[in-house]
Design a protein around this ligand. Structure first.
Ligand code: ATP
Ligand code: MG
Length: 230
């Protein structure tokens, strides 16, 4: 176990293949500094999801190592890793149940007050309050009660409640109206604060606001640096 996680992730000489034939990553050396927001960019198939899959230990490297605060992920208990590293998927995952339950999923021991306070912090409270049953509103997996933007806000509130040291975000590409977009940008800013955040970024604004940008191409790091250095 590691206490007081700072949240630095280092890839050292990482190679990876899903099928032992084609390499999805070649010799990747990268440092994700604690507290920074890092944007991963690159065209389809370049290795963005593979990088975050290795960080979450959905897979282990074929060669090289991935460390968290200097500890090889393979030497960490999976539970420890899961409490420190959370993943907000592009297709935000909503399950059948109340809005309260869906947010609380981030921290099952959270009180109603804590859930509401996370929703407020992220900017989801006002739309939830407008629903006839408020936090008790039942939603479905396919989420037909909620808009895409609202689903995103719920997943942000859930992640804020979980409060992981490392947050991985697969940015949605779906188009959202301008007003919701502003709420989402503000919520996102709040969510990224005070943790290491790795974003598979699609929007220019996200890329511009990142502390560090990593450009991948065919499983290799082409460029890395701050926006004004690239
Ligand atoms: P996208 O922008 O489309 O999400 P990506 O940058 O996330 O692309 P990856 O999913 O990391 O790309 O894919 C990197 C390489 O690994 C690609 O060549 C892809 O075909 C291959 N790949 C990805 N997932 C698998 C898998 N489950 N089995 C076999 N090959 C895979
Ligand atoms: Mg991907």
């Amino acid at each position: 176990t590691i206490k007081d996680v700072r949240g630095e992730i280092v890839f050292k000489g990482v190679e990876f293949s899903y099928d032992n034939k084609r390499k999805a990553l070649h010799e990747v050396n990268l440092t994700f500094k604690a507290g920074q927001t890092i944007a991963l960019v690159g065209h389809t198939g370049s290795g963005k999801s593979t990088i975050v899959n290795l960080m979450s230990r959905f897979y282990d490297p074929t060669k090289g190592s991935v460390t968290l605060d200097g500890v090889d992920l393979r030497d960490l208990k999976l539970d420890d890793l899961r409490t420190n590293v959370s993943y907000v998927l592009q297709d935000t995952f909503i399950f059948a149940g109340t809005i309260m339950d869906n947010i609380r999923f981030g921290k099952p021991t959270a009180t109603d007050e804590e859930v509401i306070s996370a929703a407020k912090a992220i900017g989801a409270h006002s739309f939830i309050e407008r629903l006839e049953e408020g936090y008790k509103t039942e939603v479905e997996e396919k989420g037909n009660v909620l808009s895409v933007g609202e689903r995103q806000l719920l997943s942000f509130a859930r992640a804020l409640l979980a409060d992981p040291k490392i947050l991985i975000l697969d940015e949605a590409t779906a188009s959202i109206d301008t007003e919701t977009e502003l709420t989402i940008q503000a919520g996102l800013k709040k969510l990224l604060h005070n943790r290491t955040a790795i974003m598979i970024a699609h929007r220019l604004s996200t890329i511009r606001d990142a502390d560090h940008i990593i450009v991948l191409d065919h499983g290799e790091v082409m460029e890395a640096g701050a926006h004004d250095e690239l």
